[in-house]
Ligand binder design. Structure first.
Ligand code: ZN
Length: 191
């Protein structure tokens, strides 16, 4: 049980790094910013007896931070709260459950909302985008972290995403898409 971290917990908690941990920081394997995140995780995990996870990565988005953890269960609310208060210098702190694809990770961040459909589009210049559809009723909450979702998709999965908010009645996936529909979709997405 606990959270698997890339540095020794005893080093993180004491703030005195052993030669092996110090080397990872010096070589840039662990950034200074990540060091703060790892220290917070090492401190917090002692109070979370039932949670088991593994640190994956922390990425900046705007003036905020998103932390990705691999976990077999949901991210406990307490963990989110504790990290937010310890890392408040980094702005808003989001904690995502790392999944095999961007959809899985994004779903963990937008709970209780979820992705209800996906499409792939190519812009006239050949760029590929994955369009993730989310119920319009959740737009007010999801829109606030859209930048974080895009950064995760780009930096962790190498995928460019666009979020489209759709009314519930549009949920049914379209079987075929005519050329003019694609054009109007591109316009709607501002491409
Ligand atoms: Zn160490």
């Amino acid at each position: 049980m606990g959270i698997t971290l890339p540095l020794d917990k005893i080093c993180l908690r004491s703030g005195i790094l052993c030669a092996s941990c110090q080397r990872k920081v010096d070589e840039g394997v662990i950034s200074r910013e990540e060091l703060s995140v790892l220290k917070a995780l090492a401190e917090v995990e002692a109070g979370l007896k039932d949670f088991e996870g593994r640190y994956v990565r922390a990425i900046r988005y705007g003036g905020n931070l998103v932390i990705l953890l691999e976990a077999s269960t949901r991210i406990p609310r307490r963990l989110r709260k504790e990290l937010a208060s310890r890392l408040k210098d980094y702005g808003q702190i989001l904690v995502a459950r790392y999944g095999r694809d961007p959809e899985e990770t994004i779903n963990s961040l937008i709970e209780p909302s979820r992705i209800i459909g996906a499409d792939e589009i190519y812009t006239p210049d050949g760029s590929r985008y994955k369009v993730l559809k989310i119920d319009k009723k959740d737009q007010h909450t999801v829109a606030k972290i859209e930048e974080a979702l895009k950064e995760i998709a780009r930096k962790i999965y190498g995928v460019e995403i666009l979020i489209e908010y759709v009314a519930s009645k549009e949920r049914k996936p379209k079987i075929s898409m005519e050329k003019r529909d694609i054009r109007s979709s591109l316009e709607k997405l501002g491409l």
